[in-house]
Structures are given as C-alpha cells and as structure tokens.
Design a protein around this ligand. Sequence first.
Ligand code: ARG
Length: 584
Amino acid sequence: MKEHIQALLEQTVSILKQEGILPAELEPRIQVDRTKDKAHGDLATNLALLLAKPAGQNPRALAQLIVDKLPASPLVAKTELAGPGFINFFLDNDWLANQIALMAQDPRAHVPVAEHQQTVVVDYSAPNVAKEMHVGHLRSTIIGDAVVRTLEFLGHKVIRANHIGDWGTQFGMLIAHLEELEKQNPEVLSSGLADLEQFYRESKQQYDADPEFAERARGYVVRLQGGDSYCLGMWQKLVDVTLKHNQAVYDRLNVSLTPADVMGESTYNPMLAEIAEDLQAKGLAVEDQGALVVYLDEYKNKDGDPMGVIVRKKDGGFLYTTTDIACAKYRYQRLGADRVLYFIDSRQHQHLMQAWSIVRQAGYVPEQVSLEHHAFGMMLGKDGRPFKTRSGGTVKLVELLDEAEQRAAQLLEQKQTELTPEEKAQVVNRVAMGSVKYADLSKNRTTDYIFDWDNMLSFEGNTAPYLQYAYTRIRSIFRKAGVDAEQLNGQVQIGAPAEEALAQKLVQFNDTVKSVADKGMPHLLCLYLFELSGAFMSFYEACPINKDGVGEQERASRLLLCAASAKVLERGLTLLGIETMERM
Ligand code: ARG
C-alpha cells in the first residue's frame, strides 16, 4: 500500500517537473506513513512540506497542486489537505473488500514476490565446535531464521551461512584429549559425546595441568594447520559430532538450518595467506614487530593514534578478523551476494566494522553491496543479570527447551479436554517452542531482553500462545459454521467500524512483511500479528457469525474476513518459524 501511494506520488512529481512547477533536479525521498488517527485518513505524506522550500512555493499551495495532479487509483477514495501542508489519503472500501476476498483464498495471503529479487547471504546461529550451543546462540538462531524465511517468501535467493567456530588453536588440546578417550574406548564418539561442554572443560584442564599434554596439543595445532591427514581426521570427527548435537536442537526448534548450510571459519583458510599478501601489496597492511597490521584511521587507541588490526601474527597464524575479511569477499565474489546480513551479538560490532573497513578499502566488496550487522543484545534473567543456571553456569539450550515443554504441558493440562494424546503432545511442543521463539522475536532485537517463563507462556498479551489461540478460535468458527474456509463464496462488505478496522489491519500485512525483510527486525511482524488478533477479537465480538438473525450475505462476508485473518495469522507465524494447530 505504502509503495503504491509512493509510486503515485513519484508520478506526480515527474508531472510537476515537466510543467516546470518543480525544479528538474529535485529527487525527493518520498515518505508515506500510516496515520495515528482515522480522522486523518489512513496514510499521509509530508511531501509538500519537504519540497516547498527548494521549489520556492507555499507548502499548502504545493500540496494542492500535488493533489490536483495525482493520478487516479482504485486504492484511494479521497485525499485531504491537513495542517501546514500534509496530504492525507483515505483508502477505498470497495478496494479493501476486494483485497480481503483475494487474501482469504490465497496461501500467500495475497503478498506478491519482491519486484527486485536479490541474492542474500544470511550469517546466523554460528555456534562453536566442541561446545554445547547455549542461550547466547539462541537469539541469533531464532531471529536469523525468521528473517531468512521472510526473505525467501518474498522470492529472494537466500544462502544460509552457518559460520561455525571450527578453527583455531584450541583444536590441539581437543584432538589430544579425544585421542586419549579413544584409547580407552574406540567407540567413544559413536555414543555422540553426551556432554560436549564437559569434553571441552576436561581438555582445557589437562592442557593447563599437564605440560606433556600441552606440548602434544601444540604439536597437533601445527600439524593440523599443515594439513596433516591424521589431525584433519580427528578434527573432522569433532566437527561432525558437534553438528549432530546442533542439528537436534535446530530440528526441535523448527529452525530451517541443515548440515548443508555449514560454512565454518575453516572454509576461508585457503584464502588467508593471499589476502594478507594482497593487503600488504596494496599498502594497506604494514609489518610491525613481525606481525602484519592494518592501521585504521577511524579507530583511535588510548593515545589517539590509529588503531592497529592484526591480520597475520608473528608466528604466521591468522585471526578471527582475517577470516571475516575473507568471508565477506567470498560472499560477494563467489556467492554473488547483493546483501549480506550478519546476526551476531552486539559485542562483536567493532570487530565487524574493522573487518569491513579493510574489505572496502581493499576493494573486495563494492559499496552497492550492503554488509549489514544486525546486532542484538543479551538475554537476561528475571534479576536483570545475564541468564544463568541456579549454580551460575551457562544454560544449555537443550535444558531450556526441556523446561519449556514441561511448563507448557502443565499450562495446557486443564485446557485440552477433547484432544487425543498425540494431539496433546503436538500442542505442547508447538506452544513450548513457539513461546521460546516468540519471546525473543517480539522484542526489538537491539536491546537486551529479560527471559521470563510466566510472561512468555501467558495466554494474554503479545505472546505465542495468544496468537496460536487466536488462530484456533477462527478455525473453530468454521467448524461450528460447518463451512470449509477454502470454499467460500460471496463478497466482502465493509459496514461496521470493527469490520473496517480489521480489513484495514489485514491489508497492512504486505508492508509489514517487507519491512521485516528490509530491516531484519521480526518484532515488527510480531507487533502486527498481535494488533491483528486484537482487531479480530473486537470484530468477532461486534459482528456475530453463527447466530440467528445474521443474514446470508452478511455471514458470507464475515466468514471471508475470518478466512483472511486466519491466512494472515498462519502465514505470519510460519514466517516467524512458529507452528499453528487446528485446536488446542
Ligand atoms: N562463532 C562466533 C561466536 O560464537 C560467531 C560467528 C559469527 N559470524 C561471523 N561471520 N563472525 O561468537
């Protein structure tokens, strides 16, 4: 809708340029916003205010000129001038009614694919090898997956990049420890290493306590980096067993990542030496005490001197930054990315900015390809401190999900009277996973957020159970009416204010989905679905369907509104990676 009105205004601006009313060189950024108050129409623009000065016109007079030249459109019933020079647009109810009828029968809820389809690489989840996934990776995984689903829905080519931490000096001690365990039990890995965290801890303890072990571990690092097949084989085993753990979490959470999406840090190893040399050849990197360093003017150290970023250590080794330089280059040159989205916690912001500054200076990725850090804050406990177990350890994701299911089962126990045991189990799982995901998705991702079981599992407020329940409510209306939602006919008539409010909300779905894709912010969709459910509940209270005295046409129209609401809710939740059910 916004785009449509924007396009109308663009046409108007060209007409006014041709007529010499506006200077030809003006390229205004046309903004169309939703109004807060229905009295001011549905959408509004400040275009006349923006152009008045450069055009040497009175804003209100210019607004009138724009309105006079605005091409006719089926969307717009009328326009009005307001205040010093705003233009308000009132949407046409016939157009609205027609849109609702189209949405009601379309699994895409009448959302078209994007006009300009792009190749988008999305970097998300990215846990580390031989470490359990913990709550810190949960946010990236959940938010990234919702954005990936939304981009794909809009027709973009999405490449999921799970940038796992699969390289580094820690592999020496991990290999040495695995070797010892395998001596005791050759099958140790086939049982899946029940506790990766413990394995990592034990390796580290030995490394710190036993000089001989540490010596062996360092030897393995050198051999691994040199491509030694024994060490690579051991390394691969550790990678595989970790991926198996992670995949179980993804599957349980209904996250769309698969082992094929893994592009870990090691992917870029073959590029690193050449990049270091190239940066040196380009005069960007200089030798400093044996290391190769890029000095960045935009970052100052304590003394106010340009900050140095090491790209190659004295011993010849490379760093996390070098990898991210290579990685950005690869995503553009090899994967053909138009956009690269990184869902990484905000503490890595400076790291990324430094890597990308070097990437741009070296010309590895042109400016028109956007590299975007979609940062997020921390997940905090109810006490406002980093989320920890009672004993102060990091919370394992698996345990968190177990607890979610226990709590959801308790919550739903009294409610699910008519369901079979299989249906019950499915509802518990969907509510539990939905709640954990939605709690995260519904918050503006840039801030820290408080993880609170009671809030996220509530049937009231902006929660997954509330939306899932709203969906089942609509489905039950169709069951009661004995009507198949896919076989509706008749027309939508928008009469009552609650019908109009619901219809207005429904047609905003399109713009909302688009802004999630543009901004990488799923909370916009959450808020939208929450408001839509509220509008639906008000509609359902004000406009009965399965009651005596409701006329045939009226009933058909209201059922279409119900069907469109169900389609949008289902599609919206699916984009967030949350499943719906017929009853709960
Ligand atoms: N493995 C890293 C961590 O756990 C996150 C990697 C994010 N992606 C990247 N391209 N640096 O902190």
